[in-house]
Design a protein around this ligand. Structure first.
Ligand code: G3P
Length: 215
């Protein structure tokens, strides 16, 4: 399973890259706006820093506008994947971008039916938003599981990128289902790593060793 970091923050990206856990990055307009400054500079820095796919999202809502923006976004680096919203105009753009060999990530996906369409049109990634579904008392992971079945049924190569991750159990459940990627906020990635018994155990080992050396 691949780990992408769901952020536009350079410090977070650098830290996770140094841990050896960074397979890619996903951004969206909200995440880039949080960083302030010139979004173009920020996007270029992220693309240069990451040795893997970087999702940058279009703002246009017409197919023509999305295609125009996609052409601009891919100039930031060879690793750019263009994020396209799951709306009818997005699907029109998706078909054309796929035909032109531009990699896409269909975002704001909330149902297996939407994912079926994205897979059929050749999206490189599909992003089901599990946390936002759970927040509406719907089962986000059930949607991921259904997408896995559909894509396996038809041999779609579209990669399932589990998004809107809120906690470590989302990552574990995604891995159990066989999702290809989880895009994880920095805080959740840190939660995955830590366990109080690890810290307690290490402290005890070090204390015992210190005592032994002092004897
Ligand atoms: O980047 C898309 C997705 O991960 C957004 O998550 O936390 O805004 O629901 P969230």
């Amino acid at each position: 399973m691949q780990f992408f970091l769901d952020t536009a923050n350079i410090d977070q990206i650098s830290e996770v890259r140094d841990l050896g856990l960074l397979d890619g990055v996903t951004t969206n307009p909200t995440l880039l706006s949080r960083e302030g400054g010139d979004w173009r500079d920020q996007a270029a820095r992220i693309c240069a820093l990451v040795d893997g796919p970087v999702s940058l999202e279009v703002i246009a809502t017409s197919a023509e506008g999305m295609i125009k923006e996609a052409k601009d976004l891919i100039s930031f680096g060879e690793n750019v994947v263009v994020k396209i919203p799951m709306i009818p105009e997005g699907l029109k753009a998706l078909r054309k971008l796929t035909d032109q060999g531009i990699r896409t990530n269909v975002t704001l996906v909330f149902s297996p039916a939407q994912a079926l369409l994205a897979g059929k049109l050749g999206a490189a990634y599909v992003s089901p938003f599990v946390g936002r579904l759970d927040g509406l008392s719907q089962n986000g992971m059930e949607v991921v599981s259904q997408i896995r079945t559909i894509y396996d049924n038809y041999g779609f190569e579209t990669r399932i990128l589990v998004a809107s991750v809120r906690h470590p159990m989302h990552v574990l459940d995604a891995a159990m289902i066989g999702a290809d990627v989880a895009t994880v906020p920095y805080a959740t990635l840190m939660q995955l790593m830590h366990h109080p018994l690890t810290d307690k155990g290490l402290a005890a080992f070090l204390a015992d060793w210190k005592k032994f050396q002092g004897e």
